[in-house]
Design a binder for this molecule. Sequence first.
Ligand SMILES: [Zn+2]
Length: 336
Amino acid sequence: MFRGRLVASHESPARLEHVLAELRRRPLGELREPALDETALMPAVRAVHEPRYLDFLRTAWDDWVALDPANADLDALPSVWPLPNRHGFRQDGWPDNIAARLGQFAFDSGTPLTAGSWRAALGGAACALAAAQAVLAGERGAFALTRPPGHHAGPGFCGGYCFLNNAAIAAQALRDGGHARVAVLDVDYHHGNGTQTVFYERADVLTLSLHGDPRTEYPFFLGHADERGAGAGEGFNRNWPLPRGTGLATWRAALDQALQAVSDFGATALVVPLGLDTFEGDPISGFRLRSADYAGIGAALASPGLPTLFTFEGGYAVAEVGVNAVNLLEGFERAA
Ligand SMILES: [Zn+2]
């Protein structure tokens, strides 16, 4: 649902297929497809997401169709939201109606939930976990090529095409696997609001994000420079909101500051939510990075010398997403 109309989703299967095709053309390592075993996956998923939210995701499609069998041909989208208390709505109510429950858990109307959403989201988590296991086993780099993406999904909410936060699940798995300090450096065009929220009160996972300024860019309600973490996590979140039109020089200066923060933190592993919607040709974003720029960005991301896990996030210039992703990964590989 975009500006009052149902439109084709920018988050399409072709995005992933282009990356896969480019990885086959310019191989960087073994391609693995992890098994999807829900029972085995759930402890790692529950380490990041709330039980009531996971219950919602698991049953939402069946509940949607049960509301009206004709819904089977439609996307499940929210149409009513319980805005915060100052508007008077209760935050402790739990409606049975799936139309209301969609509004409790989805922060936008652009994230259609369909028959395969839960299984696809679980597949993403399986991919992120397999990448974490590869890194824990000694790989210098691993790329979780997933869709749907994950960095907008928080402990108890979906949005921005995201249902399970693959980067957060991977970061937590690295922590649980023995890494004392994990840094998450989000380079998608959009603020990694979900990941920030997951770790906002923690000092063991540093969250950093370079993105379009939320005063003008989605997700609008988070991602400002003054969000520095809270409680034990005070000082362990940083944001670099950048204006529309930002090109390589300004973007790289922000990246260098973020990489310095990774080093200062003493990170032992790095997770990079990798969005390619910073590309100048992206249809829904406003930065001006070029295809040739991504190799240097990959090399910069290798410079801290850390085991590094990439998760596939945004990027909607479909044909170029594959080239840009592999340019970045190749740049990382050469410098690593
Ligand atoms: Zn994005």
